[in-house]
Ligand binder design. Structure first.
Ligand SMILES: *[C@@H]1O[C@H](CO)[C@@H](O)[C@H](O)[C@H]1NC(C)=O
Ligand SMILES: *[C@@H]1O[C@H](CO)[C@@H](O)[C@H](O)[C@H]1NC(C)=O
Ligand SMILES: *[C@@H]1O[C@H](CO)[C@@H](O)[C@H](O)[C@H]1NC(C)=O
Ligand SMILES: *[C@@H]1O[C@H](CO)[C@@H](O)[C@H](O)[C@H]1NC(C)=O
Ligand SMILES: *[C@@H]1O[C@H](CO)[C@@H](O)[C@H](O)[C@H]1NC(C)=O
Length: 293
């Protein structure tokens, strides 16, 4: 031990500083959660992370929000196995609160990549008798799991006002799918309020008070070799100029496909290489202890 030669001391210093620095650098460029909701590929909060197709769609202020042309929708949950996400429009009516309608609008890219699922039902309330869904487009309305609109008016405090006002018959209402509101604005539909109910396939025999109000959307994950990058210790991202795929390995190194495993060259601070570094450091230490020069 007394016979430590100068080169080894320098090498030790380099490895030690590398070990101390690398854990803080690793993966620090992309936030991986917002509150309690995990943010994984293809989604991201930071530009250059995730898949470019989903760029600028989320905002993590206090909570996670899904951004569309009609506003910010609070994200309730994301299921990465089933590839679904449930959002909630804080401005819409539900069984317990009556709020004036506003349109639910998505960009063309959002409609294509992350459309509402077929078990999300849009309930258009207090429609005028001239509404297209009561006339030419009446075939767009349906009853789901044996529920009718009248049940909504009857069971929900918020909607009872429609019952009372009309006295004899409640004003028309329509359960319909996303495509209807995609192609006809609420003004065209001529209904004053709306609500959305999700998981409608499982609501047979369950009353409106216990329905799940929200919009469930299904997303597709672009196939860009992300698994290979993750396995090498990186995070999937893209070049913000060209939108070409990148594997983000540390704040100082991006690779096209995967992190350069086992390369000790500048900047290769991925998880795997830092483990290899530690192993190498231990070997050097043992070598010095038992085989002094
Ligand atoms: C790596 O890519 C990210 C996302 O595009 C970018 O913000 C960062 O500056 C890049 N880092 C380097 C060293 O190129
Ligand atoms: C994020 O969402 C919140 C809540 O809707 C909003 O107030 C804020 O302006 C949004 N920020 C950005 C950058 O879009
Ligand atoms: C229901 O719709 C009519 C117009 O069709 C409107 O005058 C009325 O205020 C609406 N009811 C409520 C409670 O908003
Ligand atoms: C829905 O149910 C109500 C009440 O049971 C019924 O009057 C109405 O015709 C049904 N509508 C459709 C589209 O099946
Ligand atoms: C409802 O009808 C009853 C009797 O048919 C009538 O006395 C009452 O004034 C009506 N209420 C409204 C709000 O039209």
């Amino acid at each position: 031990m007394m016979s430590l030669s100068k080169p080894f001391t320098i090498i030790n210093f380099i490895f030690l500083s590398n070990l101390l620095v690398s854990p803080t650098l690793t993966l620090s460029q992309c936030r991986d959660s917002c509150g309690t909701i995990p943010i994984n590929y293809p989604f991201a909060l930071d530009d250059g992370c995730g898949a470019p197709q989903f760029r600028h769609m989320f905002n993590c202020s206090t909570d996670l929000f899904f951004l569309t042309p009609s506003g910010s929708y609070k994200v309730q949950s994301i299921n990465y196995d089933k590839k679904t996400i449930i959002v909630y429009d804080p401005a819409m009516s539900t069984c317990s609160i009556l709020q004036p309608h506003h349109d639910f609008l998505m960009t063309d890219i959002q409609s294509a990549l992350i459309p509402p699922t077929s078990d999300t039902v849009f309930a258009l309330l207090n429609c005028s008798i001239d509404s297209p869904v009561l006339n030419h487009y009446s075939y767009l309305c349906f009853n789901f799991s044996s529920h009718s609109c009248d049940e909504l008016y009857g069971s929900c405090n918020a909607f009872r006002v429609f019952h009372l006002a009309a006295n004899t018959t409640s004003p028309p209402c329509c359960f319909t799918g996303y495509d209807t509101v995609k192609f006809m604005s609420m003004n065209v539909l001529d209904c004053t309020h709306y609500t959305t109910v999700t998981n409608t396939d499982g609501l047979r025999g369950i009353g409106p008070l216990d329905w799940v109000y929200g919009i469930k959307m299904s997303f597709a994950v672009p196939d860009s070799g992300c698994e290979r990058c993750v396995q090498s210790g990186g995070t999937c991202g893209f070049d913000t100029e060209t939108e070409g795929s990148l594997c983000l390995c540390s704040s100082s190194s991006n690779y096209t496909r995967e992190c350069a495993v086992g390369s000790f060259t500048a900047g290769a601070n991925g998880v795997t290489s830092s483990i290899l570094l530690q192993a190498f450091f231990v070997i050097v230490l043992i070598y010095q202890l038992f085989c002094p020069l």
